[in-house]
Design a protein around this ligand. Structure first.
Ligand code: AMP
Ligand code: MG
Length: 350
């Protein structure tokens, strides 16, 4: 079933969706970050279908989505003062907090961990579904595991139609990157996965913040990250990718052009709007990711651009990197993993 709620939620169709959820079915719905594949979080059989539809590893836990803050105590306990400050500051919104779980959440949701990831989406379609379904919704991103997350309905239909009972079209997602995942450890908020809510914003609320260093490096097989999902290949097209960043713009263009030449033009470039005339490739091989001045726009476009790049036959996808600041931290975290850490970085010494 396909429902178009781009302009308005259809109440009759909302009833159909809630019935599907009650009947252990799984659905795709929009949130402000990326689309999710959702099921009743209390229903192990339904949650099992999500893992199957995505081909997701069973040791990678899901985020539980709630309709409002008053529901947190139904699924989590022992919330500390710092955790409460973060909840009050950033929820609803693109922010996920790891809390001590109550037994009511089945093990399949949390991959057997004693913690549960909680998010309250601000998107009205998402909140409408969670509210009317009357149960928390466990939902990972809408994509086959390892692929870029689904941020527009055409990509999602191509990849997942037939694997879920219903798809709700809410238009292109507003943010385009997954939520910031935070766990408070010894009173310090630790960012396990960077996202739209930046380290600077978190520090402004509780005075301190740390980014898990595993977010930016390749993990050895024996390393266990605090966020199990971080160990898997992710956000990746089939064609291999290389990321290029220089803090001097002319140098970045130079490095990109050098690579285009090295690969004899058999490349796809994911580049800034401003560089299309500078990094010359044959027609259709330059995919604009947005203005270099507008990181929000780049975040919104990046996954669709990666999917588009993958439809063009090439030896490599060359991607322009950005400064790791603000939402740039999250974009670079995803792109490093897209490229499996194949990264050229040129930093000015002075
Ligand atoms: P996704 O919904 O696919 O964007 O992924 C959810 C992310 O949250 C993954 O990286 C998970 O590993 C992470 N996550 C979910 N539950 C927990 C938890 N209890 N502790 C730590 N990380 C979690
Ligand atoms: Mg995901």
């Amino acid at each position: 079933m396909y429902f178009n709620w781009k302009d308005k939620t259809n109440i009759d169709e909302l009833k159909v969706i809630c019935n599907l959820i009650k009947n252990s079915e799984i659905i795709i719905f929009p949130t402000e970050t990326v689309y999710g594949i959702g099921a009743n979080a209390f229903d192990s059989a339904a949650v099992g279908k999500i893992f199957l539809a995505k081909g997701r590893q069973s040791d990678n836990p899901l985020i539980v989505h709630l309709s409002d803050k008053s529901k947190i105590e139904e699924v989590a306990e022992d919330v500390t003062e710092v955790e409460q400050k973060l909840i009050d500051a950033f929820m609803p919104g693109p922010f996920t907090i790891i809390l001590k779980k109550k037994p009511v959440i089945p093990d399949i949701v949390t991959a057997g961990l004693d913690t549960v990831a909680i998010r309250i989406p601000s998107n009205i379609i998402a909140r409408g579904i969670i509210t009317y379904a009357g149960v928390p919704i466990a939902a990972p991103s809408a994509n086959i595991s390892g692929k870029p997350s689904g941020t527009n309905i055409e990509d999602i239909r191509k990849e997942l139609e037939g694997r879920v009972s219903a798809i709700i079209d809410g238009g292109k997602t507003e943010i385009g990157l997954e939520s910031t995942v935070v766990r408070v450890i010894d009173g310090v908020p630790v960012i396990l996965r960077p996202g739209k809510i930046t380290p600077e914003e978190i520090r402004a609320v509780v005075g301190t913040v740390r980014i898990d260093d595993k977010a930016f490096k390749r993990l050895n097989d024996d390393e266990t990250p605090l966020s199990p999902g971080m160990k898997y290949r992710h956000y990746a097209p089939t064609t291999k990718c290389k990321l290029v960043y220089a803090d001097n713009e002319a140098e970045q263009v130079f490095q990109m052009k050098k690579l285009v030449k090295e690969y004899k033009g058999n490349v796809v470039v994911l580049g800034f709007d401003e560089h299309e005339e500078k990094i010359v490739v044959s027609q259709g091989r330059y995919i604009r990711i947005g203005s270099k001045e507008n990181l929000e726009e780049i975040a919104q476009n990046i996954y669709t651009a990666l999917r588009k790049a993958d439809t063009i036959k090439a030896d490599i996808i060359l991607i322009e990197g950005i400064k790791k600041y603000g939402i740039g931290v999250a974009i670079m975290n995803r792109l490093l993993r897209t490229c499996e850490y194949d990264y050229i970085e040129v930093l000015d010494c002075d």
